[in-house]
Ligand binder design. Sequence first.
Ligand code: BGC
Length: 744
Amino acid sequence: MKLRNLLAGIACLTIAPLCAQQKPVYLDETKPIEERVEDALQRLTLEEKIKLIHAQSKFSSPGVPRLGIPEVWTTDGPHGVRPEVLWDEWNQAGWTNDSCVAFPALTCLAATWNPDMALLYGKSIGEEARYREKDMLLGPGVNIYRTPLNGRNFEYMGEDPYLASRMVVPYIKGVQSNGVATCVKHYALNNHEINRHNTNVVIDDRALYEIYLPAFKAAVQEGGTWAIMGSYNLYKGIHNCQNPYLLNDILKGEWGYDGVVVSDWGGTHNTDQAITGGLDLEFGTWVDAYDNYFMAQPYLQRIREGKAGTKELDDKARRVLRLIFRTSMSPKHTFGSMNSTEHYEAALRIGEEGIVLLKNKGGLLPIDLSATRKIAVIGENAVKMMTVGGGSSSLKVQREVSPLEGIRNRVGDKAEVVYARGYVGDVSGGQDGVSTGQDLKDTRTPEELIAEAVQVAKDADYVIFVGGLNKSWGQDCEDMDRAGLELPYAQDRLIQALAEANPRLVVVNVSGNAVAMPWVEQVPAIVQAWFLGSEAGNALAAILTGDVNPSGKLPFTFPAKLEDVPAHSLGDYVSERRKDTVNVEYKEGIFVGYRWTDKQKKVKPLFPFGHGLSYTTFEYGNPMADSKSMTSDGTLTIRVNVKNTGNREGQETVQLYISDKKSALPRPIKELKGFRKVRLAPGEEKEVQFTIDREALSYFNDQRHAWIADPGKFEAIIASSAEDVKGKVAFDLLEAPASSQVPY
Ligand code: BGC
């Protein structure tokens, strides 16, 4: 593990005479980074600069051994640190000391609506990455949830740009406090997986700036991410890893980004565009040798032949050097730690805070163990390991507690816990040489499995069905989308049968995506459990038994049917694999998720964005603003009292949406612009405050290429979900002097 440091040390010895006289500036940790960068840059040969900007192995780039500048080691990302792989292979290397803690998937993190959880997540996973001597974590992902079919939604933070922005910033800060760079991905418009290499997204500027870019912008300007990964798809006909509009004009131009643009693995397609299009570090290109990467020998040759200059090369090398001085050559990096008690605790807490109680008719949950004799647990997902699979985020974990184990551990001898499989889904259990070690083969027919499950469920005090999706290809998995909104493997039939057999049924849906629930009326309690990582079963058991009061809220809308999603109803989603370039027009524009539901008026979602119940109840007072108006350079504070009116402690996320009553361009009915999670003891009441400024009122005016807040009437809406409005306050934005309007 320490080989890299050893090599860097040996290299330093070779320049020891130099060190002895006077430490070169680039090695002097007391010097500002920019001075170190410039000093190192002018020492590099042309060939060394070229080497610096492309991979030498599947996940590393070479650094400059002659100068003791270390390699850059990257790792997936984003839910745990990927096992070591062979030098030039995806397959794991078979180490026995690289098992990690799996943290809950990013959808779960977003569902906590708690930036403190994002900071804890980032700090913890950053420590794991640092311990494994990684300089860059390939994540987090902030692509917007546009369709519930996207196989990678579980790696992202939901449908709302404001929520994703508030959650990504602390994640980045937590990771980077260890001296490990985040590589925020996939920039940009990678909102589905099918045809990901050949989808050309056609989109208007408003949707681009208002919906799909804000979380990346926040990652850059507020999070200060040191790396960003370009996405596979195209925009304006150019692949995004070499796309001058996205990378030069917006990212490095408008946002002033000084970090590294990393290609997604195999996302670079041609040397000339890579040189001028804004790419800095090339990884994963599908050629026979690292020297044949687009930014390797072909680049060098162009420079030697005078067909390319060195201006771009210097800029790229500078950015990679900056990355190295920020990470492995920074005096501030930590030693890190792995599989610590603290990391398991973090994984557990995040899981507990992210699980969403969708429905709880008659207060069926929490399980009352004092009056329970028998609990029937049904379903493959109650036993299946979910940390292996799904694509590049697949992990090798030190341990993973399944839902069944978690429930059994918690219930102990207070009640009998019986299990039936119910359905057979994915029994493969392996990826890149990592195997779950589980043998899930079962040759029974669905009828036999259902009959057994019904038998087991009949006389139970509670039936806990744990199903949903899994990480196999075509479900919540990279490189493919789901075929439909329905649950796979005949689960709907099974759930109907269970509901008929026993009314005390709880359905736990494990997924990173919305699913159809045709049985929603027949099932009294429904829990959205996500992919919860190492502590999955313990987190779930804590919620089911009421040890922890649920406080997660949905980070995306659950539509009642696929046609309620504009990406599908407007007909621009391509569901078959294609070889040619496929134009996908985002015809719905800015109306994504609840923005579309609001616009449609008649369309009721199955469960709205921001929805999540608790075992206690909350009462909201009337929201008040501290003024009837605000000036464009001022602020406005909105206050609302929230009271816990039940008999157990709980947390509520108070949501602030802004509604623009009249604007020059069409706007959504309302948009999330604030949220606060408050913990309240029984009977306790707290005031929640939001202070907004003009940014919360602005939209992107594509004609003027600027964020504009039109003076006039607005409403601050206080809500418990996008569909559960608790109160509104009207206010005016007063006329602003034109000079105070900011671009971008
Ligand atoms: C994925 C990235 C990932 C990379 C390296 C790509 O296929 O899109 O998210 O970081 O592989 O594993």
